[in-house]
Design a binder for this molecule. Structure first.
Ligand SMILES: Nc1ncnc2c1ncn2[C@@H]1O[C@H](COP(=O)(O)OP(=O)(O)OP(=O)(O)O)[C@@H](O)[C@H]1O
Length: 151
């Protein structure tokens, strides 16, 4: 069939005959890469159809490898950590005193509960030495940001 076409092609105008042989070479290379079973060369008369079949067979095989490659690139976890940060008190670890100050109750008398917020509870407390009143807010350590999270 091909040879017949080529013979006929020589009789036709020159510009109409150059392209078909080039397409046939490209299609044969792609079918080999896809390890398709050898097909009769009768399909060679319609190279565009063969190309479509090769692409369709590669699609189901590629999503698995694509997902593996995309997994580390997809920034889903950073978004989750950002979401967690908004749930925290916003206090940084290094804003907490490093030195021991003694027991709170050693210096203050804890009074009634004034109220509570999202991150902790606030109590009235009175300084023993001066009798001055303060609001003392108790925050869970889990609500504090670590230095890693601040970066
Ligand atoms: N100095 C204060 N005097 C009197 N009441 C106070 C004082 N500070 C806090 N309170 C009471 O305690 C409640 C909780 O205070 P807090 O500072 O924890 O509120 P918040 O900022 O909404 O908390 P969060 O930041 O954890 O959501 C307040 O709504 C208020 O009623």
């Amino acid at each position: 069939m091909i040879e017949n076409k080529r013979e006929n092609a020589e009789e036709l105008p020159f510009h109409a005959q150059c392209k078909p042989p080039k397409h046939l070479k490209i299609v044969e290379e792609e079918t080999k890469q896809a390890t398709l079973p050898p097909k009769p060369k009768e399909g060679a008369t319609e190279p565009s159809e063969i190309v479509m079949k090769v692409k369709e067979e590669r699609k189901p095989a590629q999503p698995a490898s694509d997902e593996e490659e995309k997994k580390p690139a997809v920034p889903t976890r950073p978004n989750k950590t950002l979401f967690k940060r908004t749930q925290r008190a916003g206090l940084q670890e290094n804003s907490v005193l490093k030195t021991r100050t003694g027991q709170l109750k050693e210096y203050y008398n804890l009074g009634r509960k004034l109220g509570h917020g999202q991150f902790g509870t606030t109590f009235l407390c009175v300084e023993k030495a001066t009798g001055k009143e303060y609001a003392c807010k108790s925050i869970s350590k889990e609500k504090l940001l670590t230095s890693d999270e601040v970066g």
